[in-house]
Design a protein around this ligand. Structure first.
Ligand SMILES: CC(C)(COP(=O)(O)OP(=O)(O)OC[C@H]1O[C@@H](n2cnc3c(N)ncnc32)[C@H](O)[C@@H]1OP(=O)(O)O)[C@@H](O)C(=O)NCCC(=O)NCCS
Length: 197
């Protein structure tokens, strides 16, 4: 079984998703400015959210790490999800995240992503972490730049969205060498604020 430890950062708790998170996730997953930007259809009802949670909970059985709920400690509130997905043969995976619009632009996803990167490189021992987004997803582009991912290219007509549209995909990556390069300046100081549970 792949470990999925909980992480506490200065402002957040990342812990494995639970069935009881459905209501909090549905608060944003119905919106058309959230899921479609990450490639999934807005949830039509909480039933879709429950189906998503069942899918997330089935990941360990499919040799995938699973999905984190991102909890804002000050409000004891779920504000998004974070995931290391598409884990492949123990050496590479992709990072993906979603934040409730009411909590965007406050650095929470930057903080949660750094915890996920510690998880990716120190617990999963990845050699490569990919980050992909649609070309028009500027907040996502900004976040991956802030995290230090290297742009690799734009794959043309690469992805079929949930609505059937064929779209380009911007890909970037962060390697284990990048992790070492950024360790002293970014990850070591960050880890001083991090608790693993
Ligand atoms: C993409 C997404 C996760 C980005 O989240 P976000 O909330 O914008 O990200 P963050 O707030 O963590 O980081 C980015 C900004 O917050 C700012 N910020 C505010 N307070 C901050 C703090 N205390 N610490 C660090 N950054 C802070 C940063 O400066 C940065 O803005 P900048 O561009 O001016 O530098 C979010 O827009 C989202 O959920 N979108 C819908 C789904 C989606 O697109 N998912 C990604 C699919 S690839």
């Amino acid at each position: 079984m792949i470990p999925l430890p909980s992480f506490e950062t200065e402002r957040l708790l990342l812990r494995p998703l639970k069935r009881s998170d459905a209501k909090a996730i549905y608060e944003y997953s119905w919106r058309d400015d959230v899921g479609p930007r990450a490639g999934w259809a807005p949830h039509q009802s909480i039933k879709d959210t429950k189906r998503f949670i069942e899918y997330a909970l089935s990941k360990p059985a499919r040799k995938q790490p699973g999905v984190y709920a991102v909890i804002l400690k000050a409000e004891k509130r779920l504000i998004g999800t974070m995931e290391i997905h598409s884990f492949f043969e123990g050496f590479k995976a992709e990072i993906g995240m979603v934040c409730h619009p009411a909590y965007q632009n406050r650095g929470y996803m930057h903080e949660a992503s750094k915890a996920a990167m510690v998880y990716a490189f120190e617990f999963l021992n990845l050699r490569r972490l990919g980050y992909s987004h649609y070309p028009d997803n500027k907040p996502s582009e900004r976040l991956r730049e802030k995290l230090g991912f290297t742009y690799e290219g734009t794959l043309r007509n690469f992805h079929k969205r949930y609505d059937g549209q064929i779209v380009d995909f911007v890909t970037s990556s962060f390697t284990d060498d990048d992790y070492l390069k950024h360790y002293d300046s970014v990850f070591e100081p960050f880890k001083k604020t991090l608790t693993v549970k």
